[in-house]
Write a protein that binds this ligand. Sequence first.
Ligand code: RNT
Ligand code: ZN
Length: 414
Amino acid sequence: MTHAYDLAREAFAAWGVETEAAIAATLAVPISVHCWQGDDVGGFERRSGTSGGGIQATGNHPGRARSPDELRADLDFAFSLIPGRHRLNLHACYPDTPEAPDRDAIEYRHFAPWVDWARDRGLGLDFNPTFFAHAKSDDNLTLSHPDAAIRDFWIEHGRRCRGIAARIGRELGCQTVNNIWVPDGSKDTPVDRMAARRRLEASLDAIMADPHDRACLLDAVESKLFGIGVESMTVGSHEFYLGYAVRRGIALCLDMGHFHPTESLADKLSAVALSVPDILLHVSRPVRWDSDHVILLNDDLLALAQELVFAGLLPQTRIGLDYFDATISRTAAWVIGVRNMQKALLRAFLMPQTRLKAAEARLDLTERLVLTEEARDLPFGAVWSEVCARVGMPVGEALLSQLAAYQARVAVRG
Ligand code: RNT
Ligand code: ZN
């Protein structure tokens, strides 16, 4: 134990906070690490796909993973710098197979190498159907497409993904989240929103019709506000999916980048938690038109983590990350983002929650404000350094040099 941590422990104890309990609680939270940061949402389908769907990774930094083996090596490196046990969030466009199955023909076996890899490392897996980057999604319409043949193609994809996710969960003995996000929307003002939303609902119902064991599969649906090419209307809006998740009793996925900039996800959590059984988070950072910048340890993230902890929402929440930056080291982007999520949770656990809530209950809003503002000066950094030191992981300059050394190795990929 370092001297700095000793002092920090005493400083927090004076506020009635036990650092050891906060450390243990933080390390108990699994983060689902998104595979798609490793290759700019490219995938490994061995088919000539078109990118699209209004999501876009920009940048050309060297080192993009070009195969499942490279992606797994990069993930192994990233996980070696992330304390705790976590999960990998896989997209259906990342099969590991010599064949080139189309989206309506994928099977569990195409993803089996990922499951073996995860099992070896004690990682959980989550899954996502891929409703973009495909000729049949070029109109930015999939499950709500007016053409029934195109809807049926995507319904089959969705059904198969649920089956694959359930099998993954069964194989690993650990519930797999299958999150549905579709790009469907309209560039210009539509005249029949209702028809589009009815079609999306009917398609989702068809996908959800197959029964699966909830212990293996947790269904989630993700809303969005707008995207490139779908500026005027998103079929799967927040209200649409909030209602759908409530009606179905499934998880609602809230992406931090999918709301108006002044809306706060931290504020939404307790509101939706009263109506949906489970919440999936896509922790992200919107900047201008983009909803997917690398997450920072900023006020939004701190507020989100504090709400999860203070409102007791962690048991019904799955935390996944969702961003992609191709202008920096992709492995560094993972490590920075996951560690920031963990730091935010640690800070939340280290806050004098009991005293804050008591002050608020007494309507002593002055004391609440004094507490929140004085707490900012507490030595959170010394506790995080201790977390890393105990598992032999670097911080600061040492972290920088390990990230740089790995990036130098993968840069030769071009
Ligand atoms: C898109 C959604 C979705 C994707 C991933 C790749 O706006 O956020 O979650 O980012 O499925
Ligand atoms: Zn998302």
